[in-house]
Design a binder for this molecule. Structure first.
Ligand SMILES: [Zn+2]
Length: 106
């Protein structure tokens, strides 16, 4: 369950940022997760809630912005997004000459 190690990494980043900037408590942590990042967001929220106890983020909620997979097609010039975590063809023209531009964020 690699969501737990991701949650622990997020909490480490939050703790060191708080130390650097002099904050003692955190109300919310907002992250972006791409649909193609291979993260189960429910499991990540669960892991965050388990791991946050005793940290500066103990009372914080984890807000996740899910980012769809998107790309730019050089056949038809379209910028597109898809609901699936993958793309094989441009959804506009069916071409394969596209470049993925979003969806692997974490
Ligand atoms: Zn296209």
């Amino acid at each position: 369950m690699h969501e737990l190690s991701i949650a622990v990494n997020i909490l480490d980043i939050v703790a060191s940022t708080c130390r650097e900037q002099g904050y003692s408590t955190v109300r919310a942590v907002r992250i972006k997760v791409g649909n193609a990042a291979g993260i189960m967001t429910d499991a990540l929220v669960f892991s965050f809630d388990c791991a946050k106890s005793g940290t500066v983020a103990e009372a914080a909620a984890l807000d996740i912005d899910e980012v769809p997979v998107g790309g730019a097609c050089s056949d038809c010039g379209s910028d597109f997004t898809v609901d699936e975590p993958y793309v094989f063809n441009c959804p506009v023209c069916g071409g394969t000459a596209f470049r993925i531009s979003s969806g692997d964020e974490l």
